[in-house]
Design a protein around this ligand. Structure first.
Ligand SMILES: *Cc1c(COP(=O)(O)O)cnc(C)c1O
Length: 397
């Protein structure tokens, strides 16, 4: 078979697209002015940022003055959660509700707040990787300051019932933040219709550069600063604006949200063919709900293989993917997301995430489905664990 080069790690990051690159380029040299400066070169850039703000707002159903630029998803999550916590604590509310499978930018921020006197409820997720609005409602109490629940999970791609959760929060007068970093461009988002008070997004997950993102904050919510200094971003977030990044972010979100139904229609059959093909291998399982999932996400566990070895062999075959056992924090513990589904450690260790975007084709699917069974057979033939399991007739999934 002919070797192909396939980038199947869009959930980790994406390349800056040509159109985004072209939109940004003038702002590195020709239009380099500081937006705070009084002369034309500065004012022009201030206008360019205002324009970008309006265009981004339009893509998620927000108003321009509800969009604040940040250095990415992690900063947006930190700002929303720490800011809301500080503000609500002043009213005596110190309880936060989140889920067990949030991104670390949310989980570690919640853990930080626990050390500073906040109570955090980590809602368990179903074996399919979903939470319900009912769970949220049951957890809300008088002291609840904030609910923060991700729109779509970065590992298993499951999409949460955000509008229903937003409705419950509104009913009880509780602030609702969602980390929508993986959802942008894959799900139709309207912050007003979905009752979202704060929403985090990050450019590099949809073909803008790394290090630029935004936080939507509904008008009327006062969010204390995370970054103190100059008066940028209406005095709410200091630091000279990343002008090229902001211009790129606006271009990228317009492109990403231009035809979401079209993207879903094209990628869903490819995703499902990939899932069905991999599940033909003995002792494999799909992680995350089959249908309530991002159109570009496949996450499977393959018993008897080790995630890291699998990735290296796929890399040899030209396929860049990711694994839930990746030692992102320098530890070899399987991902908290997979464990939150109730997976055994041995099963979680053999997991594989393939996340793809617009350029993905059926030929890519066919190639991946040729490579994976061979690689799995090879790894299993070298695995003492697989030998023991097969000898004793034990099935882990
Ligand atoms: C990538 C990601 C983040 C972090 O965004 P950065 O811009 O890399 O800081 C946060 N949440 C989710 C769900 C992500 O996928």
């Amino acid at each position: 078979m002919e070797k192909r080069i396939i980038y199947a790690d869009h959930a980790a990051t994406t390349a800056v697209s040509d159109e985004v690159m072209q939109a940004m380029l003038p702002y590195f040299q020709e239009h380099f002015g500081n937006p705070s400066s009084i002369y034309a070169r500065g004012r022009e850039n201030e206008r360019a940022i205002m324009d970008a703000r309006a265009r981004i707002a339009a893509c998620i159903g927000a108003q321009p003055n509800e969009i604040f630029f940040t250095a990415g998803g992690s900063e947006s999550d930190n700002w929303a959660i720490k800011g809301a916590a500080e503000q609500m604590a002043a009213q005596g509310k110190r309880h936060i509700i989140t889920t067990a499978f949030e991104h670390h930018a949310v989980l570690h921020t919640c853990e930080f707040l626990e050390k500073h006197g906040f109570d955090v409820t980590y809602l368990p997720v179903s074996p399919e990787g979903l939470v319900t609005a009912q769970q949220v409602e049951d957890a809300i109490c008088e002291d609840t300051a904030l609910v923060t629940i991700m729109y779509a999970n970065n590992e298993i791609g499951t999409i949460q019932p955000i509008a229903e959760i937003g409705e419950v929060c509104q009913k009880h007068g509780v602030l609702f933040h969602t980390d929508a970093v993986q959802a942008i461009g894959n799900v139709e988002i309207n912050v007003k219709e979905q009752h979202i008070d704060m929403l985090s997004l990050s450019g590099h997950k949809f073909h803008a550069p790394k290090g630029v993102g935004a936080l939507y904050v509904r008008k009327g919510i006062f969010l204390p600063n995370l970054i103190h200094g100059g008066g940028q971003e209406l005095g709410r977030r200091a630091g000279t604006e990343n002008v090229p990044g902001i211009i790129g972010l606006a271009k990228a979100i317009e492109l990403a949200t231009a035809d979401i139904p079209g993207k879903i229609a094209r990628l869903t059959p490819l995703r499902d063919k990939l899932i069905d093909g991999i599940l033909k291998i003995d002792q494999t399982r799909l992680n995350g709900d089959r249908t309530q999932r991002l159109c570009g996400n496949v996450n499977v566990s393959i018993v008897g293989v080790e995630g890291e070895s699998l990735l290296l062999m796929l890399d040899n075959a030209g396929i860049a993917a990711s694994s839930g056992s990746a030692c992102t924090s320098g530890s070899l513990d399987p991902s908290h997301v997979l464990l939150s589904l109730g997976l055994k450690h041995e099963v979680a260790h053999g997991s594989l995430r393939l996340s793809f975007g617009e350029e993905f084709t059926e030929a890519d699917v066919d190639y991946i489905l040729e490579v994976i069974p061979k690689v799995v057979e090879r790894l299993r033939s070298m695995s003492p664990m697989w030998e023991t399991l097969t000898k004793q007739g034990i099935r882990l999934v």
